[in-house]
Design a protein around this ligand. Structure first.
Ligand code: HSE
Length: 442
């Protein structure tokens, strides 16, 4: 029996989610059991990038969250209202909820999770922070044996894009922002991003998960990037830093009797040492560095926005809920009496995959030859590689010791078998003393 999804919103992320659900091949088998049941939209006539049966679309979003057939409500309309009310109504009707809405969760998380606990339903939000980057589930599950000390993130792609361009081009904030808006990297109203509010919502959510308590959004210090100038970026560069908008949550440095709950949660432009792992996170990318005991440092990096990446996180949450529902429903009807295992945790495949032999692998190669320093040796190597369909990207004679030449070649992508056959032939050349090393190049 399929799990029925009631989708609220068919914008960028909604359409990305539909695309995944409509194309389950080569994904987890559980994706095939997810059925788009109803889709709530603002306008029925708007042109869409995805095709859905017209009878699935409705402008009556409340009818979706109250529909007894819907198992999971997926809220992707964004904004505060009606998103908050629809989430609460869905919970009231005992629907599990998946949302990408950081603004609602950061402001009304207490209300929503209290209602969810009372109704016995889940509200999952992997897509709300870091787009496609899995960070919520790791904080809740994979890292739960750790005592977390800090969460430090670049969690806003727009500001990271602007700061990266300011650094690379030496341009000023206003000029790069205007260009970013024209190119679609920044919103027409950029306030939520450039003034740090979007990052503040996200770090409030991360802090809550990392430190196991609620966070009042108004207590999160928030300073955006409008005050960052090209001059500051240039001086920072000279001093060995890059300027990044960091969202930071950490335990207070001064231990107090209640220091377990005593946190700093803040968003501000920060000079980051160039060798720090976050310093090389550029453009629209996001990354979240988590420090804890005993793990030390672990960093999650990836696309922080976009239809596909964010939908990847949305569908992962849907699958988590579907797996729980499957176990609940399956256990009641298992004729064997054995418990049904969670399909995301249990091994569900029996067949073997076909692994290509290394000779079929296509990759670039580096090879270093020691040869006699005769005229025409490089030409002979090139001709031999050519005969074996190995195209060369570069050839360098790096060193010359007495009458020995050291020749290094880097190939284009070639079939490993062809490259090896060329080397076998090259070995037979009297001028070639040694193939000193070969490595694959990424
Ligand atoms: N506006 C956000 C950003 C993307 O620029 O990162 C959605 O969270």
């Amino acid at each position: 029996m399929a799990f029925k999804i009631g989708l609220l919103g068919l914008g960028t992320v909604g359409a990305g989610t539909v695309q995944i659900l409509q194309d389950p091949a080569q994904r987890h088998p559980l994706v095939q059991e997810l059925a788009i049941y109803r889709v709530g939209v603002r306008s029925l006539d708007k042109p869409r990038t995805v095709t859905l049966p017209p009878e699935q679309l409705t402008t009556d979003l409340a009818s979706i969250v109250t529909d007894p057939s819907v198992d999971i409500v997926v809220e992707l309309i964004g904004g505060l209202e009606p998103a908050r009310s629809l989430i609460l109504k869905a919970i009231e009707h005992r629907k599990h909820v998946v949302t990408a809405n950081k603004a609602v969760i950061a402001r009304f998380g207490a209300e929503i999770y209290t209602a969810a606990a009372q109704a016995g339903v889940y509200v999952l939000l992997e897509a709300a922070v870091g787009g496609g980057i899995p960070v919520i589930e790791p904080l809740k599950q994979s890292l739960c044996a750790n005592r977390i000390h800090s969460v430090t993130g670049i969690v806003n792609g727009t500001t990271n894009y602007i700061l990266t361009r300011m650094k690379n081009e030496g341009g000023d904030f206003a000029q790069i922002l205007a260009d970013a808006q024209q190119l679609g990297y920044a919103e027409a109203d950029p306030t939520a991003d450039v003034d740090g509010f979007d990052a503040a919502d996200k770090i409030a959510i991360l802090a809550s998960l990392a430190f196991g308590g609620r966070i009042k959004l108004e207590e999160v210090y928030c300073e955006g990037i409008r005050g960052v100038s090209a001059t500051d970026i240039a001086y920072a560069e000279q001093l060995g830093f890059v300027i990044k908008l960091l969202a930071i949550a950490k335990r207070a440095s001064q231990p107090t009797p209640d220091s377990l709950d005593h946190l700093q949660v803040r968003v501000h432009p920060t000079l980051v040492p160039k060798q720090h792992p976050l310093a090389s996170v550029n453009d629209v990318y996001n990354a979240i560095l988590i420090e804890g005991t005993p793990i030390g440092q672990v960093m999650f990096f990836g696309p922080g926005a976009g239809a596909g990446p964010t939908a990847s996180a949305v569908v992962a949450d849907i699958l988590n809920i579907a797996a729980i529902l499957k176990v609940e429903r399956g256990c009641a009807v298992q004729p064997s009496g054995l418990p049904l295992l969670d399909p995301l945790l249990a091994c569900s495949h029996q067949h073997y995959c076909t692994v290509a032999p290394i000779s079929d692998v296509v990759t670039r190669f580096y090879a270093r030859f020691l040869t006699k320093d005769f005229p025409g040796v490089i030409g002979k190597l090139g001709t031999c590689f050519g005969h074996h369909e190995v195209s060369l990207e570069s050839v360098v004679q790096i060193d010359r010791r007495s009458d020995t030449a050291e020749i290094v070649v880097v190939t284009h992508d070639v079939k490993e078998g062809n490259f090896r056959r060329a080397l076998e032939e090259i070995c037979t050349y009297p001028a070639v003393e040694q193939i000193a090393s070969t490595f694959r190049v990424l």
